[in-house]
Design a binder for this molecule. Structure first.
Ligand code: G4P
Length: 535
């Protein structure tokens, strides 16, 4: 069912067609970190388990603001890992796991072509998984499902698939199936490759392979308790009878998700997932841009977009790294690329590639690859880089913040530093900065409260600017869209509740939903929008 393209045939493909750029989405604790580590292990990119976390620890000590991550035990930054297996280059983009960071997460997901949804077998779909899935669905990107922790007490596999399928309105088809779960876990049935994968000793790695023609051949399989194998065969037969078969087109359109049962911790099902990613996972997809332009990965000229900017990765250097997803062409180190927003060329002298082991300097990269570009603030989230053409990729929006706070300085002499620091943080996408028309103290807007803590910690550590927050009487913000004269009239009539964002776009600060509804009614020529494409 799943044919890995033979290596000889792979060599004939253009480089971009051998790229798989994906993210792992999950609820915290479902096993994303463990799965990441085991994927790297299965690809041969790392040799030791524990590497991903160890690397995380090292990175943390390099950047003080990440103390918050340590204190709270959560991951608030995205990183990129590139690894290779059987001639295929995998670019894994790590999405922040915490629900507070939906904006950053949205943008990261805008840069991938597929996602792996990790589900805890005992819990089924949890809130964060569902939210992230909905983001993926906006672009109909193909989703692999990994049902993790089958070595623990779990829900029945059929009931679990039923729940996932009905909650997400998504068709599912199993590609691996557990032989027992929890203390009964003995191995997996690899449906695609028609073999049972078993341990030679209880709890050990699944190194024993038993081929089969139909699952019934596995009944009374030697070395596994009769009750366990027979139950597994029975439930699998039932599932295959009612679920649709794997169909590439339906998967690629985001309607059908192949399901892998497994245990990241025990490395069960991970190699099968990696194989699936390589064989049926999509290579870089065409990207739509403003003005009905679709950029194909096979186009000769380089294009890409910035989906993330991270400042102060190294506290000794004040530069930032812009993460760029390449969409077409062949990028070479030293190339000059055009930034249409700044109407400027910039020479990309020291691009960074994020290999599993260490950051390395890249010489070449193609569509699907992510490069890091160190810069002094020229690049913003949403910026396009190209070999001359003015392209504006779509799908990197700003979201109207749901939490608003006034920022007060502990030391009034530091107003200038605060302004600069907030500008940086806004460009990085940590917060949105809103300048009220009638008040000099800026308001920051966030989607989740954790961002407020991150902001305060970073302003103090990185810029030496301690701040306090004050609550404001506004509950939500909306961008005001309409003819200039009408917008000006509205702003004049509502001076105490209007503001400008970092791009000077007009913003309405509403004191309640009712007030917002009334404004919408009374100003029919204006639109009050909650989502704004990055300008
Ligand atoms: P996250 O990144 O999605 O938040 O999850 P993470 O991988 O950190 O896993 C959360 C916990 O679940 C960890 O335990 C991890 O060892 C455990 N885990 C992950 N995959 C499996 C699995 O397949 N089977 C079992 N039984 N456990 C699994 P922890 O005790 O919180 O952390 P640790 O001390 O083990 O690192």
């Amino acid at each position: 069912m799943l044919d890995q393209t033979p290596n000889a045939a792979l060599a004939d493909l253009p480089d971009f067609a051998r790229r798989r750029t994906f993210a792992i989405i999950s609820h915290p604790d479902a096993g994303k970190t463990t799965l990441t580590e085991k994927l790297l292990l299965a690809s041969g990119a790392i040799r030791m388990a524990g590497h991903v976390k160890a690397r995380g620890e090292r990175r943390r000590t390099r950047s003080d603001w990440m103390e918050i991550e340590q204190q709270r035990g959560i991951s608030v930054t995205s990183s990129v890992m590139t690894f290779e297996r059987d001639g295929i280059v995998f670019n894994l983009l790590d999405t922040p796991g915490h629900s507070d960071f939906s904006e950053d997460t949205y943008r990261t997901l805008s840069a991938v072509d597929a996602a792996v949804m990790v589900i805890d077998a005992a819990k089924g779909i949890e809130s964060q998984t569902r939210k992230l899935f909905e983001v993926c669905r906006l672009r109909d990107i193909p989703i692999f499902t990994f049902v993790n922790k089958v070595d623990r007490e779990s829900l029945d596999p059929i009931a679990l698939m039923d729940e996932v399928s009905s909650t997400l309105a998504l068709d599912l088809t199993p590609l691996t199936w557990p032989i027992g779960m929890g203390v009964d876990f003995r191995g997996l049935i690899d449906i695609a490759n028609k073999k049972a994968l078993l341990a030679t000793e209880r709890g050990g790695p699944l190194v024993r392979e038993v081929p089969f023609e139909t699952p019934e051949d596995l009944i009374d399989l030697e070395g596994v308790e009769e009750r366990i194998i027979n139950e597994a065969v029975e439930s699998l037969t039932l599932a295959l009878g009612v679920l649709p078969p794997f169909e590439l087109a339906s998967f690629r359109e985001g309607h059908l998700s192949p399901v892998y049962f497994g245990s990241a911790l025990k490395e069960a099902g991970v190699a099968e997932l990696l194989f699936g990613l390589g064989s049926v996972g999509p290579s870089p997809l065409p990207r739509s841009a403003a003005g009905d332009r679709t950029v194909e990965p096979a186009e000769d000229l380089v294009s890409g977009f910035v989906f993330k900017v991270q400042a102060n990765m190294d506290p000794n250097h004040r530069d930032r790294v812009a993460f760029v997803r390449l969409c077409s062409g062949r990028f070479k180190r030293g190339m000059k690329l055009f930034n249409p927003r700044e109407k400027r060329q910039m020479a990309i002298a020291n691009p960074i590639f994020f290999f599993a082991q260490e950051r390395e300097t890249v010489d070449e990269a193609v569509a699907g690859d992510i490069i890091g570009i160190p810069n002094h603030g020229m690049l913003r989230v949403g910026d396009t880089l190209s070999e001359g053409e003015t392209i504006k990729f779509e799908g990197l929006p700003d979201f109207a913040p749901e939490i608003l706070r006034r920022v007060l300085l502990s030391d009034p002499m530091k107003a200038k530093q605060l302004q600069k620091a907030l500008q940086d943080m806004a460009e990085e996408g940590v917060v949105q900065v809103i300048k009220p028309v009638s008040d000099p103290s800026p308001i920051v807007g966030v989607v989740g409260t954790l961002q407020l803590d991150v902001l305060a910690a970073r302003l103090e550590k990185e810029y030496g600017v301690p701040i306090r927050y004050e609550t404001v009487s506004f509950v939500t913000a909306r961008w005001i869209v309409g003819e200039r004269a009408e917008v000006d009239r509205f702003m004049e009539a509502n001076r105490s509740s209007t503001a400008r964002d970092r791009d000077e776009a007009p913003v309405y600060l509403a004191r309640s939903q009712w007030v917002l509804d009334r404004a919408i009614e009374e100003w029919p020529k204006l639109k009050f929008v909650a989502v704004k494409e990055r300008g």
